[in-house]
Design a protein around this ligand. Structure first.
Ligand SMILES: Cc1ncc(COP(=O)(O)O)c(C=O)c1O
Length: 381
């Protein structure tokens, strides 16, 4: 198998991650925050360590404001439903993943006003259009950091600054960039950062989080036991307990912490440079194959490590199926939970085939992949 679907979830995970999960499951069995006994305390320490590791990676310094969730979708829902109420206005981009588009649709049914600023992946984004979208009741701007269809980066520093100039918060969906690009919350005008643990951070599935800057209050998405203030019916108001009801994924979070430490040691820039070099090989190789259409920009080194393409008129899902059947190449084909982005790209009917290598992918695997695409294209005529 040649696994080129790291934008969906990274695989394989570093050995350190696997060992940290095993260590937590085998040796640290307690339930963090549930009781003061040694086993609970050991798990609590592992979880707190992961909060600290995430603070180091994301340039922030309050581990209690790192909220663990099941994935990026959960974190985005917590931020959106926790902040927006009937009568509020929110601005978003036209290339969002359904993790943002669908909660916003649901909020619209509850009386939240939503504006979508047009932009095409791979083309320059119109910041003036963001400025024009503000209304007196605009509370939030939410965008992804990089498109999960083409890897195109949004000008997030500028968008965040604009949001602040108009008195709105900025929620960043870092699903494709956490652990891939440096994200410094001390420098960026980002108020809420949603991230998955299982993609660029190299942790296991079932992990993710939301970082909330000081002075922002979110209504909980779910209520329940936190191991704190148990005598009260009211949900604790302090973080992280306010937004972390129920037992956490302790072993998964220990693995996520190990993934973050691996990144801090190896270096995010070094890992991304390796992935972008592999994407450069893919882009240049695919460009030479007659019948192949590439999407997004050819400035592969300035985007997240994704290459999107189609082979002639062949349905992208069929192309993905053939690549796996004939050459064991694993790609993600179809709409990538991002119909809005495909509408902008003009690929809503065909979808696209997406390759996303890992830093552990070899050059030989990339060569074999290009050969496989060439064969499919030749057979199509
Ligand atoms: C841009 C973007 N946002 C959100 C998500 C959702 O992430 P998760 O599967 O961790 O909920 C994804 C997943 O691919 C994504 O690419």
């Amino acid at each position: 198998m040649i696994y080129l679907d790291n934008a969906a979830t990274t695989w394989p995970k570093p050995q350190q991650v696997v060992m940290a999960i095993e260590e937590a499951l085998v040796h640290k069995g307690g339930n963090a925050g549930r009781g003061g006994h040694g086993a609970a305390m050991q798990m609590a320490r592992l979880i707190y360590q992961a909060r600290e590791d995430l603070c180091s990676l994301f340039g922030t310094n309050d581990p209690t404001r790192v909220i663990f969730t099941q994935n990026a979708t959960h974190a985005l829902n917590q931020a959106l439903f926790g902040l927006l109420q009937q009568g509020d206005h929110v601005i978003t981009s036209s290339i969002e993943h359904n993790a943002v588009a669908r909660p916003l649709w649901a909020l619209k049914q509850r009386g939240v006003e939503v504006s979508e600023v047009p932009g095409v992946p791979g083309k320059e984004f119109d910041l003036e259009a963001y400025c024009k979208a503000f209304r007196p009741n605009t509370k939030l701007v939410v965008t992804l950091h990089a498109s999960n269809v083409t890897g195109t980066l949004l000008p997030v520093q500028e968008i965040g600054q604009i949001a602040h100039e108009y008195g709105a918060y900025y929620l960043l969906d870092a699903a494709q960039t956490a652990g891939v690009f440096p994200i410094d919350m001390g420098r960026l005008a980002v108020d809420l950062l949603a991230f998955p643990g299982h993609k660029g951070l190299l942790g296991p599935q079932g992990t993710g989080g939301l970082i909330v800057k000081p002075a922002i209050r979110l209504e909980p998405l779910i209520y329940g036991g936190t191991g704190s203030l148990s005598e009260e019916d009211r949900q604790p108001s302090f973080l992280p307990d306010a937004l972390e009801s129920g037992t956490l994924n302790g072993a998964g979070i220990a693995g996520l912490g190990a993934g973050v430490r691996y990144l801090l040691k190896e270096g995010v820039d070094k890992i991304r440079a390796r992935e972008q070099a592999l994407c450069r090989n893919l882009w240049n190789g695919l460009r030479e194959i007659p019948g192949v259409t590439l999407y997004g920009s050819d400035m592969v080194e300035q985007q997240s490590p994704i290459v999107a393409f189609n082979i002639g008129e062949l349905d992208s899902v069929a192309a993905g199926f053939i690549l796996e059947e004939k050459a064991g190449v694993i790609a993600r084909a179809g709409l990538h939970c991002a119909a809005h982005a495909h509408r902008m790209l003009g690929t809503l009917d065909q979808g696209v085939v997406r390759f996303s290598p890992s830093h552990l992918t070899s050059e030989e695997e990339i060569k074999a992949t290009l050969l496989a695409v060439k064969r499919v294209a030749e057979e199509l005529g």
